[in-house]
Design a protein around this ligand. Structure first.
Ligand SMILES: *Cc1c(COP(=O)(O)O)cnc(C)c1O
Length: 372
């Protein structure tokens, strides 16, 4: 049996055509015309004024934090159950991530826990939409308004998803995306910032480009940034991928509903599946997760799938349990029971756009064999 990868991208649109254009014209760096075209189309798709393309999603978070002047001693409220990138960007400027637990059903940050964490030092709420359903944004936006906080929206896993009919990626003062190959659209490596604020957009562009002063003398710098530029080749892929986003979304939702139907019986055995929808969104199934009743049962199922060369990935590991943050004396003694259980008992099945119908059947058969 051929191995089934946890993710395979789908690159069957205009990717090769646009990429060949880069090679044929010699425009391969960030100066090429696809970068501006991709920024324009991506921001228009999200109804936002500005798009700033960057080298990856983590870079976009670095820029977002610094663009909003978050710095030493400031506090940023975020979920403990997430990839490390948001907490990394916040700690990199000397600010402090302040964590909240996850919601049992959606696996997103529990927005009812945010207000109690707000202090005089709080500067922003950093929401991260997790796995397929968006964070409940309305209460977040209300709190941000009431306490005068910025909202950073990490929509890396939410391309094309909506919250109450409005696109994810249109809620943050700055919203960010990743185009890593397991995201709904990919550029190999890549990321994007979206904002409606002209000044913030200009600041993001400057930070992405070593803080060269757009109007000042060349090579004279007043601030430090990064080289986080996206190449024309990446943008060529992005443009071609964006053309196919609606199709990709339906492929993902179809995959999700097939898994749901075939695996619904697991819920009677105390395995938890993603919920198909909430009052504000339908699951987009960035990945299809399963939370086992115990850590051992999770490992048994992963081992069984591995024997059949079926790839899986564990869920995120909580920020308050990261050795690197313990060394930095962060989060001492804090406990977040819902997130801890997700991290220990959760994993996801192959969920890529390139997953074939036959592969999906094989995976399902394999699970049925293990859990009758
Ligand atoms: C993938 C991802 C990132 C990081 O993006 P990279 O492009 O891999 O740096 C950040 N946040 C979330 C929620 C992600 O899923």
């Amino acid at each position: 049996m051929n191995p089934i990868q946890v993710n395979t991208p789908l690159l069957k649109g205009n990717e090769l055509k646009y990429l060949s254009e880069c090679i044929n014209t010699g425009w391969i760096s960030s100066e090429g015309p696809f970068v501006a075209a991709f920024e324009e189309n991506f921001s228009t798709y999200h109804n936002r004024k500005h798009g700033i393309a960057v080298s990856n999603g983590s870079a976009a978070l670095d820029i977002a934090v610094k663009a909003l002047h978050i710095g030493a001693g400031d506090e940023v409220i975020m979920p403990t159950f997430t990839i490390i990138s948001p907490a990394q960007s916040v700690t990199a400027v000397g600010a402090i991530p302040v964590l909240v637990d996850s919601d049992q059903q959606t696996w997103n940050m529990d927005v009812t826990q945010i207000e109690a964490k707000i202090t005089a030092k709080t500067k922003a709420i950093l929401v991260v939409h997790i796995y397929g359903l968006p964070v409940d944004m309305e209460p977040v936006l209300q709190l941000a308004k009431a306490y005068n906080l910025k909202v950073i929206e990490d929509a890396a896993e939410m391309h094309g998803q909506t919250y109450n009919g409005k696109k994810c990626g249109s809620f943050g003062d700055i919203s960010i995306f990743s185009f890593y190959p397991n995201k709904h659209i990919t550029t190999g490596e890549g990321g994007m910032l979206l904002t409606d604020d002209d000044q913030l957009a200009a600041r993001c562009k400057k930070l992405r480009n070593l803080c060269f002063e757009p109007d000042g003398p060349r090579f004279v710098h007043h601030e430090l940034g990064w080289n986080y530029r996206m190449t024309n080749m990446q943008a060529a892929l992005g443009l071609a991928q964006l053309e196919q986003l609606e199709k990709f979304i339906s492929i993902k939702r179809n995959m999700g509903s097939n898994y749901q139907k075939a695996l619904a019986y697991l819920e009677s055995k105390e395995y938890q599946l993603p919920i198909p929808s909430t009052s504000y969104a339908e699951n987009i199934y960035w990945v299809f997760g399963i939370v086992a009743p115990t850590e051992n049962k999770k490992q048994d199922l992963i081992d069984h799938l591995t024997r059949y060369k079926i790839g899986t990935r564990p869920f995120f590991w909580c920020m308050h349990e990261q050795p690197v943050f313990k060394k930095m004396k962060l989060f001492g003694g804090e406990r977040y029971p819902v997130a801890e259980k997700l991290a220990r008992n959760g994993f996801y099945l192959p969920s890529g756009l390139g997953l074939t119908v036959d592969e999906l059947k094989t995976i399902i058969t394999c699970i049925h064999e293990k859990i009758v």
